[in-house]
Write a protein that binds this ligand. Structure first.
Ligand code: ADP
Ligand code: MG
Length: 595
C-alpha cells in the first residue's frame, strides 16, 4: 500500500462532489445564498440544462471588495462562528463550502456590490484558481455566473441526464423556493425562454398559482394550525418543550400551507412539498403524515398535492445531518408527524361532502368489499378498463380459462388489488394493476408496429393548464406523445388543447391523465430518444391500467386473466416487476407441515 495525502486539487474536487451533484444543486446553493443575503428579487438563467451556464442575480446585501476573495475559500462563511450557533441558525447556509465546491468544478464569476460601494468587484476563477480580479459597474447586489460545470470532472459530466431532465430539476428548485419565500420575486429563464415567474406579493396562494396554475391552486385549501390545538402532553414530551408552551414568546410548532381537495390528486408523491423554517426538505415520514390524512379519501396510488410550512424553534430541529441539507432531524418527530397529519385531516374532512359508504358486491356473492362513495361494478365499467366483456364474456357459469400458463380458475379478489386463481399446481396471486399494464402495453406496441394507434377523439377539445416544467416536457417530447395517440396543440402560455388521447387511457379524465404522464416523465431520467418513446408508452399504459383499490367483477377478473394469457410475456409488467406469484401445491403442503 502506498498511503499518501491527496493533492489539494483532487481533494477539492472530491469534496465538491458531496455538495454539487448536478446543475440543480448549484442553483439551490446560489439561490439559498441570495435569500440569505436578504434579496427581494432573484433571477435565475440557465443554458443547456445548466451545463453551459447558470447565472443567479440578486438585489441582496452584496459582498464588499475586501471580502470577495474570501468567499471561495473553503469554510468561509459570514453565518456562523461557534458550534453553538448551529442551534440558533436562521440562515439557509452555514458551512461555508458551497462556493468553494462550485468553484472547484467550473468557471465561476462573481460581480458584487454592497450599498456603500459605488462600483462592483468582479472576480473570476477557473477550477478554483483565480484568473482575474477587477471592478465593474453594476447595481447593488450580486451576480454569480457558473459556466461549463464539471468541465474538469468528466465522470460527473457523463452522468448528467438529458437537458430537459436537468432543466426539470432546476425548475423544481426555483419553484420550491418561490413557494417558501412568497415575498421574494423569482424568475427563471431557460435558454432565453421565461419558464417561471412569481410576483413576490408575500401571499403563498399567489406563489401556488405561479407554480401550479390557477386551476390547480383553486382546488387547494388553506391549512393554518398556529394554535396548539391538541394536548402536547398526550405525546409524552419532555419538560423543556412543556415549559416552552407556557412561555408565549417561544416558537410553538406551527403548520401552515395549502393542501388539495380530495378531487385533486396525482400519480406521484412529488407534489408533497415541505419546508421547515423555510428550508425545502424531504421527509418520508411527513409524506406519510399527509397521505394518512387523506385515508379513505383517495384511491391507492393516488397522492394529494400539498405545500406545507413547518415553523419551529431552530433548536428543535437538527439541520446539519445531510450533505445537501435536504433532510433534517426533528427532536420530536412524533409530535411533528401528528401535528401535520391532524392539521391536514381537519381541513380535508371539513372540505369534503359526507362520504357515502356502501357495500359493493363483486357479483355472485364470491367476494365483497367496501368502496368509498363508489358503486357496485357493472358491465358499463368494464369498458372503462378496456376490457370489452360483451365481446369475450365466456358462457354463464364458465370460469375456467385456458392460458398459456396452466388452466386457471379465478377465485376472487383480495384487498381490491390481487386476483386469486387456482391452477393444477396450486395457487396464483395476480397483481391486477401489473397484469393490466402488461396487457395494455402489448396492445399499444402492436398498434404502434402497425402505425395504427387507436385514439379517442374528444367531442369538445379540452384546455389544460400545465406547469412550465410540464409544458417544457410536452414541447420536448411532442412527437412521442403524438405517437401514442395524443393530439395536442398550444393554446397560449402554458395551456394546451387536447383534441384526442390514447384509446388505452379508457375513461380517464384527459387533462388529469396528461398531467400525470408529464409529471412521471419529468421525474424519470431519459437519455436516448428511442427510450423516450418507450418510456412514454409505458407511462401511458401505467396510467391507463386498472389501479389497486378498484373492485372487479368476476367477469372482469376472468377477462383480465384471459387477456394476460394472450400476451408474449405474461409473467412481468412492462417495468419488469412480476405480474403474478405462484404458490405450488408442494409449497403449500410444506407450509402446512403436511410433508
Ligand atoms: P455559506 O452560505 O454556508 O455561508 P457559501 O460558500 O455558500 O457558504 O457562501 C460563502 C459566503 O459568501 C456566505 O457566507 C456569504 O457571506 C457570502 N455570499 C455568498 N453568496 C452571496 C450573495 N449572493 N450575496 C451576499 N453574500 C453572499
Ligand atoms: Mg451558501
Amino acid at each position: 500500500m502506498n498511503i499518501h495525502i491527496l493533492s489539494p486539487d483532487v481533494a477539492a474536487k472530491i469534496a465538491a462532489g458531496e455538495v454539487v451533484e448536478r446543475p440543480a444543486s448549484v442553483v439551490k446553493e446560489l439561490v439559498e445564498n441570495a435569500l440569505d443575503a436578504g434579496a427581494k428579487t432573484v433571477r435565475v438563467e440557465t443554458q443547456q440544462g445548466g451545463k453551459r451556464l447558470i447565472r443567479i442575480m440578486d438585489d441582496g446585501c452584496g459582498i464588499s471588495e475586501a471580502e470577495i476573495p474570501l468567499v471561495f475559500a473553503r469554510h468561509a462563511t459570514s453565518k456562523l462562528t461557534f458550534i453553538e450557533d448551529l442551534s440558533r441558525i436562521t440562515t439557509l447556509g452555514f458551512r461555508g463550502e458551497a462556493l468553494a465546491s462550485i468553484a472547484a468544478v467550473s468557471k465561476i464569476t462573481v460581480v458584487s456590490r454592497p450599498l456603500n460601494q459605488t462600483a462592483a468587484t468582479r472576480l473570476c476563477l477557473e477550477g478554483g484558481q483565480e484568473t482575474s480580479l477587477g471592478s465593474a459597474g453594476a447595481p447593488v447586489g450580486t451576480v454569480i455566473s457558473v459556466e461549463n460545470l464539471f468541465y474538469n470532472v468528466p465522470a460527473r459530466l457523463k452522468f448528467l441526464k438529458a437537458e430537459a431532465t436537468e432543466t426539470g430539476h432546476i425548475y423544481r428548485v426555483v419553484t420550491h423556493y418561490a413557494m417558501a419565500y412568497p415575498q421574494v420575486r423569482f424568475s427563471l429563464q431557460n435558454d432565453g425562454r421565461t419558464t417561471f415567474q412569481s410576483n413576490g406579493s408575500g401571499q403563498l396562494f399567489d406563489a401556488l398559482v405561479s407554480v401550479f396554475g390557477l386551476e390547480t391552486a383553486r382546488q387547494m385549501i388553506e391549512v393554518n394550525k398556529n394554535d396548539f390545538g391538541f394536548s402536547i402532553l398526550d405525546f409524552g414530551l419532555g419538560e423543556d418543550t412543556q415549559s416552552k408552551i407556557q412561555n408565549p414568546k417561544s416558537k410553538i410548532p406551527s403548520v401552515y400551507g395549502y393542501t388539495s381537495m380530495p378531487a385533486l390528486h396525482r400519480g406521484t408523491r412529488d407534489q408533497l412539498i415541505f419546508f421547515v423554517n423555510k428550508r425545502w426538505i424531504q421527509d418520508r415520514s411527513l409524506n406519510q403524515a399527509v397521505i394518512q390524512a387523506y385515508h379513505t379519501f383517495l384511491q391507492v396510488e393516488r397522492y394529494p398535492v400539498a405545500v406545507i410550512n413547518i415553523e419551529l424553534e431552530p433548536s428543535e430541529v437538527d439541520i446539519n445531518v445531510h450533505p445537501t441539507k435536504a433532510e433534517v432531524k426533528f427532536q420530536e418527530p412524533r409530535l411533528i408527524f401528528k401535528k401535520v397529519q391532524q392539521a391536514i385531516r381537519e381541513v380535508v374532512v371539513a372540505a369534503s361532502p359526507v362520504p357515502a359508504y356502501q357495500m359493493a358486491h363483486a357479483g355472485g356473492g364470491q367476494s365483497s368489499a367496501w368502496s368509498f362513495g363508489g358503486s357496485a361494478p357493472s358491465n358499463s365499467t368494464l369498458t372503462q378498463f378496456g376490457l370489452d366483456v360483451q365481446r369475450t364474456l365466456p358462457p354463464e357459469g364458465e370460469n375456467r380459462l385456458l392460458i398459456g400458463l396452466p388452466m386457471m380458475r379465478v377465485i376472487g379478489q383480495v384487498q381490491q388489488m390481487y386476483l386469486i386463481a387456482e391452477g393444477p399446481d396450486g395457487l396464483y396471486l395476480i397483481d391486477q394493476h401489473a397484469a393490466h399494464e402488461r396487457v395494455l402495453y402489448e396492445k399499444l406496441s402492436a398498434q404502434k408496429a402497425k402505425m395504427a394507434v387507436a385514439r379517442q377523439q374528444l367531442l369538445e377539445p379540452l384546455v389544460v393548464e400545465l406547469t412550465p416544467g410540464q409544458a417544457a416536457m410536452l414541447e420536448a417530447e411532442q412527437d412521442a406523445l403524438t405517437e401514442v395517440g395524443f393530439d395536442l396543440e398550444p393554446f397560449g402560455g402554458f395551456t394546451y388543447r387536447i383534441r384526442a388521447m390514447p384509446e388505452i387511457l379508457g375513461q380517464a379524465e384527459p387533462g388529469q391523465a396528461l398531467i400525470d404522464i408529464l409529471a412521471e416523465m419529468v421525474e424519470g431520467a431519459i437519455p436516448l430518444a428511442k427510450e423516450v418513446h418507450e418510456k412514454i408508452a409505458i407511462t401511458v399504459c401505467k396510467r391507463g391500467a386498472i389501479k389497486g383499490g378498484q373492485i372487479l367483477s368476476p367477469e372482469e377478473m376472468r377477462e383480465l386473466v384471459r387477456q394476460l394469457e394472450a400476451t408474449t410475456a405474461p409473467r412481468t409488467c412492462p417495468h419488469g416487476r412480476p405480474t403474478m406469484i405462484h404458490l405450488s401445491l408442494g409449497e403449500l403442503a410444506r407450509q402446512f407441515g403436511r410433508l
